[in-house]
Ligand binder design. Sequence first.
Ligand code: ADP
Length: 489
Amino acid sequence: MNTVSKPRPLALDTLPTRLLIGGDWRDGRGGEDIDVLDPSTEAVVASVANASVEDGIAAVDAAAAAAKDWAATAPRRRAEILRRAFELMTERADFLAAVISTENGKALSDAKGEVAYAAEFFRWYAEEAVRLAGDLGPSPSGAYNIMVQHEPIGIALLITPWNFPAAMATRKIAPALAAGCTCILKPATETPLTALAVAEILGQAGVPAGVVNVVTTRSTGKVMGAVLRDPRVRKLSFTGSTEVGRVLLREASHQVISCSMELGGNAPFLVFEDADLEAALDGAMLAKMRNGGEACTAANRFYVHEALYDRFADAFAARMAALTVDDGVLPETQCGPLVNPAAVERIDDLVQDAVARGAKVLTGGHRLNRTGYFYAPTVLRDVPPEARMMQEEIFGPIAPLASFSDEEAAIAAANATEYGLISYLYTGNLRRGLRLSSRLQSGMVGLNRGLVSDPAAPFGGMKASGIGREGGHHGIMEYIETKYTAVSW
Ligand code: ADP
């Protein structure tokens, strides 16, 4: 592991930090502002407004006031605004990447990748906005016609996590706006600056006042609970932990709100004896270390056929050991810090637990003795199935390895989790790959690929990993109410 320490560039004073309600930047009435920390330095870099319940309801008022006009805005016009947002985000990619890296800690290279990915949702949904065709056809009896139209579902509450502060916001805002909905975005308390910067860009792109509102708050449960009980809100799209997802599903039940939930993952990464070892290693690095492991799609458990196990383990450990771990904003950094001290604590507990159960540390296995929330990239081999890290979502730079000899046992182990977001599978035999893909209980499969996220593809999970899909054509349908009219003429 290498570290390089250099002075860090930082110019965040131009960023908005207030609530965005009805086109105005307002102070919050929830009390003292919320400090935003840089996980690389532990320093406070900005403070954002703290919304009260009244502020949350004011955001619903603003979204309601803008709803009719936005729904009536020509799809082509909505598309042009989204397209402009894509262009503005792309022009400001370097600045936005620095903001992401500063408040989240991720390596600047990861942050640049995120900005490109995030902006792409605006371009994709600019294209989708004008393609919301319905259906018209005769009823089976021939007595009348069945007309099906798509209407905007209504005001959408969008709650996003800290791990992809730009992409999780645009993945929700873009389809909502394309479908003709107005929205309220509640970014994660750890990473509000990126969301506020994206909201500012949307205003500059021509999004009218009240169409996108942003509420940052320390009293998340209380403020979001009140918003979800307001009958004007018709959609909840949430990305975050399964635990909070369950709470929100209960909250959404009061008004019977449509829910899209992108929750936790526990991705298996299977390497069969006929896999291309180098390709599997490249994929393993991507699937594990994109975002320093802080991704719901991160490979959580590696199952490697015994014929390749030793070679895979040693080569993977060598690659992880060679990563440059440092301050996220430095261009050389390949792995930044974790988001907060609690994350470091939790990961260290998982590593200690695995070691106590007999796992062997090939590299890492400890925190870094420096300022910032750093943990060494870690590879553990012979991790038993009962180790907590084989069952829980790790969300950090830790790779547990286990070997297998039998295909059936490997598939059974891969599926032995309440989660079902994504599975990775490496084999040189495509027939086997497709056969096994269909048996993996996950919404997504990376077949000889360590990265699957794409704005053009339906992202989402089965089982406790969620409900609904984001991205692709499927993503806009989450913001649509289907209207059937029986017509005689
Ligand atoms: P993570 O593990 O990614 O931090 P969380 O599920 O804790 O995921 O948080 C994801 C988002 O949900 C954040 O914006 C967070 O502030 C918000 N959140 C947390 N608790 C609640 C709650 N009770 N009601 C509404 N939103 C919440």
